[in-house]
Design a protein around this ligand. Structure first.
Ligand code: C2O
Ligand code: CU
Ligand code: CU
Length: 514
């Protein structure tokens, strides 16, 4: 009990500290008075420059830098190795339909760079965490041992698991303790998921220290089972000058953390071989980095989203994958030769002395001219939704105010563990309307259910996306998204922006399903 209290007060102080810190940082970088900073929307981003801000911000907040100091040089980091496969988590059960395993979260020393030990927080000592591969209908029994210095949970991002098994911040496992998560995967949920911590105000740090792993649910009847697969789990890493995980700066807290390294399956700029038509699962497991993926000299089809296959494949030019989102691609090389897998420049309205994220090469891809495999025209049937029984409205806003600092809100409120923000009924179709009333991109994620996006509206222009199951969707500044969602389990669900710093600073709400 004593320990719990200590942790809670430490967390409380931390959030208060962050808010004050972010305020002073923002004031310094804009060179404007607090009064002028009152409304974020009036801020002139063009005038931001860090000048002498760094030193002042450090003096003000002692521990936290406003921007990064010297970071670990990219040139010293090994690259060009063959893309490693994700390590699979071994099933300890021999009973069919049962998946039994342990996940231990613990500080672990990993040698990413020869002769340099980087201390991560890792599941089973691995970065990224082990891949869980299961089938629809399976029952998972995962014992979680928390050997981190702080409380944690495991959240099964996107999976339709009961709320009491979904690692809510209310159900923390204290340092040194363990618990069992158990749930059965319903038919129809085959798709590309992941797991990561979801404690109270600790998600951003636990994730950037390395805690995240992939989870694939397979269907026994998979219309694309004959196509070879690859997994590309994309994560972000920021190492300080000494090669250790760097702390978040204030800029990270404002924009979402971005490091100097973008890794695929834990490797930096690896070589990927595509010597035949390949089904590729992609995860954006980054805290704040947006990925606009593109690959030259290949025909790329989107074949699946967060919650599984599309009804029909669709050819795409590039793929915007925001933090937390996943996709399945079918890639057919059009030529033999080498190209780069790129993340194209994307302006997501970041604040402060940071430019627009430029185009980056993420991997070298060795292509071999290949042909389109035979696939059925119709991959699956998605639920057809008609009239929603009720409408829920959410509005994302941000403010910077005297005394309370940088704040991110949903419907004017920050996350409160004790408050229920919305209520839904099991089995009732709902329409959710989410308006991003802010100057930067944020995305929207809800736990435990997949939704279908009805449409997007931006500056009076409507756009209708292809039918797909999603649990995370991006909103550009001042964009509105409408979606259909139906709850299937009673209990408490979280919804939030999946830029993990924003979530951790309170851009999260709670839905009670009755
Ligand atoms: Cu990846 Cu609350 O979620
Ligand atoms: Cu989630
Ligand atoms: Cu956000």
């Amino acid at each position: 009990m004593k320990k719990n209290n200590d942790l809670q007060s430490a967390n409380f102080k931390r959030r208060t500290f962050l808010k004050g810190a972010a305020l002073s940082a923002a004031a310094i970088i804009t060179g404007k008075s607090f009064a002028q900073m009152h409304d974020m929307h009036n801020m002139d981003h063009g005038s931001m420059d860090h000048g002498d801000g760094n030193a002042t911000a450090q003096a003000d907040t002692k521990k936290m830098r406003m921007i990064d100091g010297q970071l670990f040089p990219e040139a010293k980091f090994p690259q060009d190795q063959a893309l490693p496969a994700l390590n699979s988590l071994k099933n300890q059960s021999t009973v069919s339909g049962q998946f039994v395993a342990h996940l231990q979260a613990k500080p672990a020393s990993v040698e990413l760079v020869p002769d340099l030990k980087t201390i991560f927080w890792a599941y089973n000592g691995q970065v990224p965490g082990p891949l869980i591969e299961v089938y629809e209908g399976d029952t998972l029994t995962i014992t979680f041992q928390n050997d981190l210095p702080q409380a944690s949970t495991i959240h099964w991002h996107g999976l339709p698991v009961p709320p009491d098994q979904d690692g809510n911040p209310q159900d923390e496992v204290k340092s040194g303790q363990s618990r069992v998560y158990t749930f059965t995967l319903p038919q129809g949920c085959a798709g590309t998921y992941w797991y990561h911590p979801h404690g109270h105000e600790t998600v951003a740090e636990q994730a950037f220290r390395g805690l995240a792993g992939a989870l694939i649910v397979r269907a026994k009847q998979d219309p694309l089972a004959h196509i070879p697969e690859q997994n590309w789990l994309i994560s972000d890493l920021k190492l300080d000058e000494q090669g250790q995980i760097a702390d978040n700066t204030m800029i990270d807290w404002m924009n979402g953390r971005e490091g100097q390294f973008v890794l695929i399956n834990g490797a930096y700029k690896p070589q990927i071989n595509l010597d035949q038509a390949t089904r590729v699962r992609v995860w954006n497991a980054c805290s704040g980095r947006y990925l606009k993926l593109a690959l030259a000299d290949a025909t790329v089809y989107l074949i699946g989203t967060d919650g599984g296959l599309l009804e029909e494949i669709v050819e795409i030019e590039d793929l915007l994958l925001t933090p937390g989102e996943r996709a399945q691609l079918l890639i057919i090389p059009k030529k033999t030769g080498s190209v780069y897998l790129q993340s194209l420049a994307y302006d997501r309205g970041k604040m402060g002395p940071v430019g627009v994220e430029p185009t980056r090469n993420l991997a070298k891809v060795n292509l071999k001219l290949s042909t389109m495999p035979t696939i059925p025209t119709k991959l699956r049937d998605l639920p057809k939704y008609a009239n929603a029984k009720s409408i829920k409205k959410l509005e994302y806003t941000e403010t910077m105010e005297m005394g309370s600092g940088m704040n991110f809100f949903i419907n004017g409120k920050q996350h409160d563990m004790a408050r229920v923000d919305l209520t839904s009924k099991v089995g009732e179709l709902e329409e959710w309307i989410i308006f991003n009333n802010s100057h930067m991109d944020h995305n929207f994620h809800i736990h435990g259910e997949q939704f279908k996006v009805i449409d997007f509206e931006l500056n009076g222009k409507l756009s209708v996306p292809i039918a797909a199951l999603k649990d995370t969707v991006n909103l550009k500044p001042y964009e509105t998204v409408r979606l259909h969602i139906l709850q299937t389990h009673k209990g408490l669900r979280m919804y939030h922006c999946h830029i993990l710093e924003h979530e951790t600073l309170g851009m999260m709400g709670q839905l009670e399903v009755i």
